[in-house]
Design a binder for this molecule. Structure first.
Ligand SMILES: Cc1cc2nc3c(=O)[nH]c(=O)nc-3n(C[C@H](O)[C@H](O)[C@H](O)COP(=O)(O)OP(=O)(O)OC[C@H]3O[C@@H](n4cnc5c(N)ncnc54)[C@H](O)[C@@H]3O)c2cc1C
Length: 460
């Protein structure tokens, strides 16, 4: 995404004096720790970082940026950083870390810096769970602002469907409490609009009573990849909405944390979460268990708070090149095409190439409509390449070629949470034309100075 330095960095003294939290100017001690994202491949250089201690700090930061012609960016963990933030004022939310569980009401109220890991841990003793994504290290606010399509999406829909209220500072510096009945238009846009309208400071969302899941991953050796991909393609359309699954062709390096049977070679993993009776979960999974000879079978009953084990996404910061596309279908032909482009004989250097099945509850419009689009896509394809920064452009080119190879099965559009690496075009593709128009009108209304121009609706 294009970034710009609007004006020379202003003097931050006046802002610093108004803050309860801290302000770090470019180059000062503490700046790098906050400004460096989880994806270290994206070099970021905001003019200053405000470590907000509360909603009032966010209001002060937005007002200061507007008065000085600066764009505002927001970061919780840096898992979805999309621009270099040159010349921007970055609001870092890590200190907005309150997490309150109301077990009777089955709700959580979380500050903007809270990650799913914290929510899952807090829910564990209550037998509750929130609709997290595959990586618990991602922030609840960042994830949910982009819809949030996770490993239980086919049973329960998107995370944004379960939001009750959002406290948000809009571009005009005003703090709003948006619900389905108070400020319904803002409430619509914040669930899927992905940082275009304001900075969420706190949110309340529903939890589900689900102490256990039948879940985990099967891993197969390279020789089984063709059969596993084809079996998975035929198996997915038979599944009930209690089952959410993905398949990933992996090429993991030999390094600490990578199990020996998977290290240094091509393997394939079938990820599976079944939210109903565990015996039924095992019955539904049987065709995949017999699609080859599993190197490791890690699927079984587990506390729902352990759901992060299903994908076992990397936790530590790393330099990554990510690519994504939506698919209308994943047929046997698509499985063969994926094998050509990402299998052991392809020369692929991607760490993982994953296909997630959608459908089920995700395909249904929620009771309270939101800006999340493309719910009808059948599948999502994601590539992750990890390499030293000079090699990442080649990784990205390889992912683009792979996506082109899969274009016969493409669904027109992307999901906002997976478009961070695709620039302004990818952002726009996250929405249908009417939704983009409606979000743009909302952004004009709530952000008259266009301080969130680095966000998901950048052009107006
Ligand atoms: C390993 C990995 C696994 C993932 N798995 C999934 C998955 O299963 N499902 C899924 O849907 N997504 C998934 N994602 C994508 C992830 O949800 C997005 O990258 C998300 O934006 C990360 O949010 P963050 O706040 O942690 O990251 P950050 O980089 O800190 O923020 C990214 C963006 O989120 C928005 N944002 C963050 N905080 C706020 C706020 N307080 N107010 C308004 N907007 C805000 C902004 O647009 C910001 O630029 C995954 C990403 C990774 C790297």
């Amino acid at each position: 995404m294009e970034t710009q330095t609007d004006t020379p960095a202003p003097s931050f003294g006046a802002l610093r004096r108004k803050l309860a939290g801290k302000l770090f100017e470019h180059g000062s001690p503490g700046y790098d720790e906050l400004a460096t994202p989880w994806n270290t491949a994206v070099a970021t250089s905001p003019a200053a970082v405000v470590e907000a201690a509360g909603a009032q700090d966010v209001t002060e930061a937005v007002g200061f940026a507007a008065a000085n012609g600066m764009p505002v960016a927001v970061q919780a963990t840096g898992h979805g950083v999309a621009s270099s933030m040159d010349g921007a004022l970055l609001v870092h939310t890590r200190s907005l870390d309150s997490c309150t569980i109301d077990a009777d009401a089955r709700t959580a109220t979380t500050g903007a810096g809270v990650t799913w890991k914290t929510v899952l841990g807090s829910c564990h003793d209550h037998g509750l769970i929130g609709l997290c994504g595959s990586a618990p290290g991602v922030s609840v606010a960042g994830y949910t602002s982009g819809g949030g399509v996770g490993p239980m999406a086919r049973t329960f829909g998107a995370a944004s469907d379960r939001v009750r209220s959002l406290d948000v500072v809009t571009g005009d510096g005003v703090l709003h409490h948006a619900t389905a009945t108070t400020e319904p238009e803002l409430f619509w846009g914040l669930r899927g609009g992905k940082g275009s309208l304001g900075i969420i400071t706190s949110m309340e969302f529903e939890l589900l009573a689900l102490p256990h899941i039948y879940a985990g991953a099967l891993f197969f050796d390279a020789a089984d990849i063709p059969a596993v991909l084809r079996t998975w393609a035929q198996w997915c359309p038979t599944l009930p909405p209690e089952a959410t699954t993905s398949v990933a062709v992996m090429h993991l390096p030999p390094m600490p944390g990578v199990p020996e049977p998977l290290a240094g070679k091509f393997t394939v993993s079938v990820r599976y979460v079944y939210t109903g009776n565990p015996d039924d979960g095992a019955t539904w999974l049987a065709p995949m268990r017999s699609a080859g000879v599993p190197l490791m079978d890690m699927v079984g009953p587990m506390p729902s708070s352990m759901i992060g084990l299903v994908h076992s996404d990397p936790e530590d910061a790393l330099p990554a090149s990510e690519g994504s596309m939506l698919l209308a279908d994943f047929t046997a032909g698509a499985a063969d095409a994926l094998l050509d482009a990402a299998g052991p004989d392809s020369g692929s250097r991607q760490l993982t190439v994953e296909i997630r099945q959608f459908g089920g509850a995700l395909a249904e419009e929620p009771e309270v409509p939101s800006a999340l689009c493309h719910r009808q896509a059948g599948y999502g394809l994601y590539t992750v390449g990890v390499a030293a920064p000079p090699e990442l452009p080649a990784m990205a080119a390889e992912s683009a070629a792979l996506q082109q190879h899969m274009s016969a099965w493409a669904y027109d559009g992307t999901l906002p949470n997976f478009s961070a690496g695709s620039g302004a075009g990818g952002f726009a593709a996250s929405y249908t034309a009417p939704v983009l128009d409606r979000l743009t009108a909302l952004a004009r209304h709530f952000d008259p100075d266009n301080v969130f121009r680095l966000g998901q609706v950048p052009t107006r």
